[in-house]
Design a protein around this ligand. Structure first.
Ligand SMILES: Cc1cc2nc3c(=O)[nH]c(=O)nc-3n(C[C@H](O)[C@H](O)[C@H](O)COP(=O)(O)OP(=O)(O)OC[C@H]3O[C@@H](n4cnc5c(N)ncnc54)[C@H](O)[C@@H]3O)c2cc1C
Length: 406
């Protein structure tokens, strides 16, 4: 069969943003290609945390067999203390990204999208009446419009803006030490560990998976010099065998900065658009939401035959209103909290009412703006309260040791 090469929409990248965008376009009846660099399932370095907010926005039900673990609470750690918050309701789930992304891509295919894998796009060009994407093997695909969902290292953004400056990106390192499923359940009890003493302008995490834990660390490049040394210390602090584990790294863009997201015949979404929470590093839900928004804008553009930069610019405004604006509040919170002396940061980390509210952000129930609006008028009371009440306990011995006990 001759492979089709001309489409209404080309979606670059089959991550959560691209798969969601392609599913929506194909479902609306448009000829859609989703071009992915790797063969699927492909591995993707990620904690795999999906908040309830993300699950609600997926647009399809997540099969239960893809759930590695539930998120029922958090253990939030500071320099020498920790607070354990157990939630009344599940805040989200953890998935394996290779499986999850493959599931999303297959669901786009089921709706009629043409999934073209093993095809790295080497060049994207805007021609007079179409977009041209040239792959590494020489194949050329054309379309009326391009949805750039090729992540932080992709190339679609070149048609819209320059590469992000180092001050607007971060770096994450992660490793998955294997562990017996019963040990993961017993030690973490479906709680995620957030260690804010592990990195400035970032944090360390330990997330339960089915038969391993995701252990990672991330932070803003500017404040995250020597990331491997920081990761090594984090692993040792939690008693993992740092020498035995092969740590990998991957960049992450920081959201909350106003950047162009569209240009003539091009819309960016997900990491390609830089839509990641700069405080928590959560990006999957914003990838899914912006992927859908990009698809709707592309559908509108095709129906109206309007692909000029000006008419697509409404997408930038809509995404800023829906996502960017709140990520700006997350950025402010990051700067205030991490810019403070460590003792002030310690106060927040030990204050249960603050942490309980904060976990509502993790589950996607609360926006950063509302959190800050709640916090500011209560600060004097919270400071006074902290003099008389101790919510925290000393940091528990390393999760690594407990897991090894089996
Ligand atoms: C270590 C780490 C841990 C994280 N943990 C979490 C977490 O627990 N929860 C959370 O919500 N977020 C997490 N994130 C962020 C999250 O991984 C991203 O925000 C999310 O993957 C963005 O989805 P996306 O679809 O925009 O991009 P991606 O998932 O990066 O997908 C982009 C796709 O495009 C493909 N591609 C790239 N270039 C080309 C090309 N030239 N041609 C064709 N295809 C191309 C890639 O192969 C990839 O499949 C983490 C990030 C890191 C680095």
């Amino acid at each position: 069969m001759i492979e089709r090469t001309d489409f209404d929409v080309i979606v670059a990248g089959a991550g959560p943003a691209g798969a969601t965008a392609a599913r929506e376009c194909a479902q609306a009846g448009f000829a859609t290609a989703i071009i992915e660099r790797y063969r699927l399932p492909r591995s993707k370095l990620c904690g795999g945390g999906l908040s309830n907010h993300c699950l609600e926005n997926l647009g399809i039900d997540l099969p239960i067999e893809l759930v590695q673990a539930q998120i029922n609470g958090a253990i939030i750690q500071g320099l020498d203390s920790e607070v354990k918050i157990t939630l009344k309701k599940r805040a989200g789930v953890l998935v394996d990204r290779a499986e999850f992304d493959h599931f999303l891509a297959k669901s786009a295919e089921e709706k009629g999208a043409n999934l073209i894998t093993d095809a790295q796009i080497m060049a994207v060009e805007r021609k007079d009446n179409h977009i041209e994407a040239t792959c590494a093997d020489g194949r050329i695909f054309t379309s009326k419009i391009l949805i750039g969902a090729d992540g932080v290292n992709g190339i679609s953004h070149r048609l819209v803006r320059k590469k992000l400056p180092s001050s607007q990106t971060g770096n994450c390192l992660e490793v998955f030490p294997p562990a017996a499923p019963e040990a993961v359940k017993r030690v973490l009890k479906d709680h995620c560990v957030f260690d804010f003493a592990a990195a400035r302008y970032g944090y360390g995490w330990i997330f339960p998976h089915r038969s391993s834990v995701a252990v990672g660390i991330g932070g803003f490049n500017e404040h995250f010099r020597k990331p491997h040394a920081i990761m090594d210390a984090f692993l040792r602090n939690h008693n993992f065998d740092a020498d035995e584990l092969k740590v990998k790294g991957f960049p992450i863009p920081a959201g909350g900065f106003k950047r162009p997201l569209s240009a003539e015949r091009v819309l960016l979404c997900g990491d390609a658009a830089g839509l990641v929470d700069p405080f928590l590093g959560e990006g999957i839900s914003y990838a899914v939401i912006s992927g859908r928004m990009a698809a709707h804008k592309a559908i509108e553009a095709i129906r109206n035959s309007r692909f000029d930069a000006e008419s697509l610019r409404t997408y930038d405004r809509e995404v800023w209103k829906e996502i960017g604006c709140d990520l700006r509040w997350a950025l402010r919170l990051t700067r205030v909290l991490h810019g403070m002396p460590r003792r002030t940061l310690a106060f927040f980390i030990r204050c249960r009412p603050v942490l309980e509210r904060f976990t509502q952000i993790v589950s996607g129930q609360l926006k950063y703006r509302s959190f800050i609006g709640w916090l500011l008028p209560r600060l004097p009371w919270l400071l006074l309260r902290s003099l008389f009440r101790k919510d925290h306990t000393p940091r528990s011995p390393g999760v690594g040791t407990e897991l090894k006990r089996g």
